[in-house]
Every structure is written in structure tokens, then in C-alpha cells.
Design a protein around this ligand. Structure first.
Ligand SMILES: Cc1ncc(COP(=O)(O)O)c(C=O)c1O
Length: 350
């Protein structure tokens, strides 16, 4: 018998279940470009998890903070890029749990927009009371964390380290849970043969979804859009390894390597750098559905989803679902990408 998700310590943070909504106007907008009839399009609103702007990390943090609290830790340390959504949600989760939060943010994205190093998630990290330390891209991460952990312990604190993106087997339990939730929603709506497409980065979301599929034994296929690493095969391998670990924790069968489907065509130049398909997707979904995506993750993820739908990749499905993993505060850090000049280019670009 598989272990139940209810067996793991969990600190409740998220508003669940998140809605599953149909995107009729987006489908109508795409229909003209297509040779085949598009499947019904849906959006799973994990941007509505409710914690300080929402997003996918909230589900992971329920299990991560559950573990931190169960082991008596009083200080949460995590890391990411300067505009990390994960860092912002960790700051909020720590505040809600009454824990100290230290964010070590590495300045790894060479974006030079005016607000990148002051607004968006970084502003919210500070409002949420986190202690923010910004390190240069080439800083020695092991040295930085070794020193920081030593400082916390010397001050009488007990740190809990959350890996980048919250992507450990414990964090991924949040997405095993999400998979079960979505599979039930699709079943209740009478939709079978569905696919779930989402932006994949540190991999915990996809690993958890794949492990959830192993636990349930039936439900939608999972397809990631790589927004993080230029080596797509290596990234798929590391997601598969994490999916196996998560499945093992749940006592579920190990997934086959081909259970990790990852499309590497939408990353562009590199992580965090804007692309034209991203700008177009953000604008199109905002104007057809009133839904705000983000420039780093869901904008590129949606660009991939739209291209796959137009190419007829999901034509034989009853439903193609996009998982909205949040990130909207990032729009403010990339303001220049959405000014009138760039927008008019995006509307006319093919
Ligand atoms: C908005 C958003 N979407 C998707 C992802 C990707 O999730 P994962 O890191 O679990 O692959 C992230 C990660 O930071 C994110 O912030």
C-alpha cells in the first residue's frame, strides 16, 4: 500500500483546491491559426494559492515548513535569483509560521531593466520582513551558506535550509498532492485523456506531478516546458531522479525515464531573459482571459503551450490544461518589456 500524503507533517498555507477554469476566449483566438480543431483549453489556477501573491511554491512550502517545524527549527534559509518567486513565498510562509527568514539571492540574471534590482519580488521580500542578502553571480555558494549557517547557530538559532525552488522530495510532495487534486477535478468534469502543461525550472513541480501520477495510477499526462537550463536532456534526467525519490518517499512505483517530458524550445537566450513569444503570450492571455502571467516562467510556459496547441500536438485530447504556477510580481521587475513600444511589436510579430 502506498504511503498517504496525510502521513507527512504539513503546515497549512494554501487555499485549496485551486480553481480549474476553461479558457474559451483564448481557444477562439487560436482557432483561426489552426488546421485541426483545438481541444478544450483549461487553466489550473495555482497562482491563486493565496499566500502573498500565490504561486506553486506555496504547496511545496506546506510540506517544507511542516518538516522545519516538526524538527524544531526557528530560522528558514533559502536561495534563488534576485527576482525569485520562491524566495518571496518562502518569506511569506516563514512570516505566517512565526519563523525568521534569510534569503540569499544570487545576481545571476544579466537583465538590465531599471526595476529588476529594486521592485517585483525583491520589494515584497522586504515588505514581508525577510533578511535579504544579495550575492554576486560568481560568489562561492558553499562558502556563503557555510558561514551563514555558522552565524545562525552561534546566535542560538536552528536553521532549516530550503533548496532552490523548494525542490526536494519533501517539497515535491506538494505537487504530488496537486496532481491528485487536478485528476479528481478532471474526472468530476467528465474529462479524460488530458494533458497538463507547465513551466519547469528547478524541477520540483514536475517531479511531484510525475510522482503523483505514479501514486494515483491514472490521470492526465504531464509535460514540462523548460525555462531554466540550456541542456534539456540533463535537466530531464535530474527531474526524473527527483521524481523517483519523491515516488519512493510515497512508496509508489518508480516512474520510467520517459515519464518526464520536457520541451526545450522556449527558453530563449537563457533563464530570466525575455523572449518575443513570452511577451506575446503574456499579452494574449491577459487580453483574452484577464489572467496575468509572468516574464520568467509562466509567460515562456504559456508560449510553449500555445505553440503545442497550434501545432496540433494535443489535438486528440479532450482537454489541454495549463498549470498557472504564479509569478505575477515579476511583471513589475520587467516593466520595460511591456511598455507601449514593445507591446506594439509583440502584437504585430508573427
Ligand atoms: C512562477 C513559477 N512558475 C514555475 C516555476 C517552476 O517550478 P519548479 O522550480 O518547481 O520547476 C517557478 C519556480 O520558481 C515559478 O516561480
Amino acid at each position: 500500500m502506498p504511503v498517504s500524503l496525510a502521513d507527512f507533517p504539513r503546515f497549512p498555507l494554501a487555499h485549496l483546491p485551486t480553481p480549474l477554469a476553461e479558457m474559451r476566449r483564448l481557444r477562439d483566438a487560436l482557432a483561426g491559426e489552426m488546421k485541426t480543431t483545438p481541444p478544450r483549453l483549461f487553466i489550473k489556477r495555482d497562482d491563486c494559492t493565496g499566500l502573498a501573491g500565490g504561486g506553486n511554491k506555496t504547496r511545496k512550502l506546506e510540506y517544507l515548513l511542516g518538516e522545519a517545524l516538526a524538527s524544531g527549527c526557528d530560522t528558514v534559509v533559502t536561495t534563488g535569483a534576485v527576482q525569485s518567486n520562491h524566495a518571496r513565498q518562502t518569506a511569506a510562509a516563514a512570516a505566517a509560521a512565526g519563523l525568521r527568514c534569510i534569503l540569499v539571492l544570487f545576481d545571476t540574471v544579466p537583465y538590465r531593466g531599471g526595476n529588476y534590482r529594486s521592485s517585483g519580488n525583491l520589494l515584497l521580500d522586504r515588505v514581508l520582513g525577510a533578511e535579504v542578502r544579495i550575492e554576486p553571480a560568481d560568489a562561492d555558494a558553499a562558502g556563503v551558506f557555510g558561514k551563514l549557517m555558522g552565524e545562525i547557530e552561534a546566535g542560538g538559532g536552528k536553521p532549516y535550509f530550503v533548496p532552490v525552488g523548494g525542490s526536494s522530495a519533501t517539497g515535491s510532495l506538494g505537487y504530488a498532492h496537486a496532481y491528485l487534486e487536478l485528476a479528481d477535478q478532471l474526472e468530476d468534469a467528465g474529462l479524460s485523456n488530458a494533458v497538463l502543461v507547465h513551466a519547469s525550472s528547478s524541477g520540483g513541480t514536475q517531479a511531484g506531478l510525475v510522482a503523483g501520477a505514479q501514486l494515483r495510477g491514472s490521470g492526465p499526462d504531464v509535460a514540462g516546458i523548460n525555462v531554466y537550463r540550456s541542456d534539456n536532456d540533463e535537466m530531464a534526467k535530474s527531474i526524473h531522479a527527483l521524481a523517483c525519490k519523491t515516488a519512493a518517499v510515497l512508496d509508489a512505483p518508480a516512474p520510467a525515464p520517459d515519464a518526464v517530458v520536457l520541451d526545450g524550445g522556449y527558453l530563449g537566450e537563457r533563464y530570466g531573459m525575455p523572449t518575443e513569444p513570452m511577451r506575446k503570450a503574456v499579452g494574449l492571455v491577459a487580453r483574452t482571459e484577464g489572467v496575468l502571467l509572468d516574464p520568467v516562467y509562466t509567460g515562456k510556459g504559456m508560449a510553449g503551450f500555445i505553440a503545442q496547441v497550434i501545432a496540433g500536438l494535443h489535438a486528440d485530447r479532450q482537454a489541454a490544461v495549463f498549470l498557472h504556477t504564479g509569478g505575477m510580481p515579476g511583471l513589475f521587475a520587467y516593466e520595460e518589456e511591456f511598455t507601449a513600444r514593445k507591446e506594439s511589436q509583440s502584437r504585430t510579430a508573427t
